[in-house]
Design a protein around this ligand. Structure first.
Ligand code: UDP
Length: 328
């Protein structure tokens, strides 16, 4: 039985990955501080895994809890997400996303691990100058979340080369699907829209809604991580996207409901669109979910979002005050 450490395993992507790897007969250890992850996400697999509530920014505790375990693999998903809080509390983001990654690498350095898969973010490209955007395009993070995730990726690359920790970094584009976070700060668009749909309120469309995003369904993300783990390929960075880009207006059409327009936000690209030829060629992975298919899955599970915060133009304006202040 292969032993795997999943950091952030109680989160949106992490918990789907845990379910899948338990099914594939891995011996799974999850670490999560439950700050944005939710233990209920693990209800399916909880009895079959080791769960340790711990913060990756605490090296001493981490080392103590993990030093006698010998892992074959690690998938490092634990991170702080979202733009606004990263602008307000950049030190927290540095601690979790940079120092946390540094700590995980230093733990793994002492073990002869076969591979670490790092969850990187498409936000590293900022305003891409080429569409679809390939892995060699210029990096230009626009806010602390994006920068700290990129710094984490650099650490993984550097430690990988110096200390011989085989790695794969996956740059995820706009992940959506069941279990996406429903609480806390103003975040990913789909959760915002689904809560608005359930409350029969209009969708708060940013700008003219013609901007497009490469929305990638969570099952495709899980498949990409599994392909990265199981392949012999190492020390590579791959984009992971849907193979398409979809406008926000089209997204609202698929979900169905009225719209209201709110101001365009600074620091946001008008398009994100991954060039996925590299991962298709080298890892033989390809996405299976169109937005139409993914959204129909989400709508079938819409009750999951019943407790998600309900955002209105007024509360969004308040929540994004510092976003406009610092990024304009
Ligand atoms: N968006 C929107 N209304 C909202 C929140 C987001 O129209 O209430 C749009 C936003 O302008 C962007 C897209 O949805 O074009 C995705 O936003 P999200 O914050 O989910 O991801 P990111 O901007 O980081 O790609």
């Amino acid at each position: 039985m292969k032993k795997i450490l999943i950091t952030g395993g109680a989160g949106f992507v992490g918990s789907h990955l845990v379910d899948r790897l338990v099914k594939d007969k891995f011996k799974v250890t999850v670490i999560d501080n439950l700050s944005s992850g939710n233990i209920n996400n693990l209800s399916k697999s909880f009895k079959k895994i080791d769960f340790i509530k711990i913060d990756i920014s605490n090296y001493k505790k981490l080392d103590k809890s993990l030093k006698n375990k010998k892992f074959d693999y690690c998938v490092h998903l634990a991170a702080l997400a979202d733009i606004v809080p990263s602008i307000n509390y950049p030190e927290d983001y540095f601690k979790a996303n940079v120092e946390g990654t540094f700590n995980i690498l230093n733990i793994l350095k002492k073990q002869k691990i076969s591979k670490i898969v790092y969850a990187a973010s498409s936000s590293c490209y900022g305003f891409p100058n080429k569409f679809p955007t390939d892995e060699n395009c210029m990096l230009n993070p626009q806010y602390p979340y994006a920068l700290t995730k990129r710094l984490g990726e650099e650490l993984v690359e550097h430690w990988g080369h110096i200390y011989k920790i085989p790695f794969i970094s996956l740059r995820f584009f706009n992940i959506y699907g069941p279990r996406s976070r429903t609480s806390g700060t103003y975040g990913a668009v789909l959760g915002v829209f689904l809560a608005q749909k359930l409350a029969k309120k209009p969708f708060t469309v940013v700008g003219n809604g013609k901007q497009t995003r490469d929305f990638t369904y969570v099952d495709d993300i899980i498949e990409a991580i599994c392909s990265a783990l199981k392949s012999n390929v190492e020390n590579q960075i791959f984009n992971v996207g849907s193979g398409n880009t979809y406008s926000i207006n089209y997204l609202t059409k698929l979900i169905g409901g009225k719209k209201i327009y709110i101001p365009k936000r600074p620091g946001e690209p008008d398009c994100t669109y991954a060039d996925i030829s590299k991962i298709k060629k080298i890892l033989k992975w390809k996405p299976k979910f169109s937005l139409e298919k993914g959204i129909s899955e989400v709508i079938n599970n819409i009750s999951y979002w019943k407790d998600a915060p309900l955002w209105s133009p007024k509360t969004i304006k308040l929540a994004t005050k510092d976003w406009f202040k610092y990024l304009s």
